[in-house]
Design a protein around this ligand. Sequence first.
Ligand SMILES: Cc1ncc(COP(=O)(O)O)c(C=O)c1O
Length: 421
Amino acid sequence: MKLKNKDPKIYNLIRREVARQKEGLVLIPSENYASLEVLSAMATPLSNKYSEGYPQKRYYSGNKFIDEIESIAIERAKKIFKAQHANVQPHSGTQANEAVYLALLKPGDRVLALDLSAGGHLSHGAKINFSGRFYRFFHYGVNRKTELIDFDEVEKKALRYKPKLIIASTTSYSRKLDFKRFRAIADKVGAYLMADIAHIAGLIIAGLHPHPFPFADVVTTTTHKTLRGPRGGLILSKKRDRLDGSNLAQKIDRAVFPGTQGGPLEHVIAAKAVCFREAMEPGFLKYQKQIIKNSKAMVEVFKDQGFRVISNGTDNHLFVIDISPTGLSSLFIQQELEKVNIFVNRNMIPFDKRSAFDPSGIRMGTPAITTRGLKEKDCQEVAYLVCELIKNIKSASKKQKIKEKVKMICRKFPIYGNLRW
Ligand SMILES: Cc1ncc(COP(=O)(O)O)c(C=O)c1O
């Protein structure tokens, strides 16, 4: 590899990061290992091309092949998500959301979304995010007892605040979203419904989670979580605007470019097309089924070991445990797990009394370890290791043993084979 000699500093850091990914167990539910085909589509001179606009309507010349690639990506996205319209250009999930807000709202318009501590995302109205600064967000939460979305509260707040947009979406919610119910509430107040399926896109394609269409007007997603593609965003929508009959697809496209972005990342769009094709293969359904089986198997261990699991379980790829009874800081646990090459992320729990920087929960998920090939029993072993570490957080010898076991599991389930970067 030329980079090795030309820029050894960066080359070495890339090599070390790849080694970290290979030698660690990633339990961060928003991360995954994209296929070599996806990675190789990104590492191409497509990155050199400027393609502002859309296929057959570009501002620069030389887009003959780029047009074909982007058109294929659009058609595949429409097919796997059963969507009338797709925009494959958003650089990320947040940018996809930003474009939808620009398409449907005016600054100061009201939006109703899930509270951050109950599992919402920053781009759903956090005060420190553009969304919370430009639009008037109101939040619904979960029921204190069941920790499930409280639809009575959603309806009450919708009737009270009359939002123009309702967002159905989560980042750390382990149960199914009832899009039909959200639609019924949106209809009562004449609001648009947006489903942000960033986390659960793969499960939806596989039919393992209720589909947001026909209920949602617009669906946004990332392409790098359960979908296992390149880092990026995607917007799917109906063709017509339900409220005024105008061209919704055109509004979305204009909001992406020129509304919020310039030139699209065509090397990433090619990689998105590759991952959409992968999602059509039978192996994808098998993979998504295994993700859920593994997630449920891990939850059993945590419960068995005395940990409280938020909402008492999971229906999807992730779950959150409440570590407040341990008296330990979640930041500390996350750091100690990192030392034994287990990667998790600390997370707020419903009605959390602690800050987002050092909250009361640890969020874990199975998309990445399932890609490695781990099955239920293997995942249970991983869950035991996490419990062991939390319970023996001060024991250096225990941690050493856990680290050795993590190494063995990673060797048994290699990622990217023997390939070296
Ligand atoms: C529900 C949801 N929406 C949007 C995003 C933002 O995606 P990105 O990090 O690509 O901007 C995330 C990321 O975690 C998410 O979970």
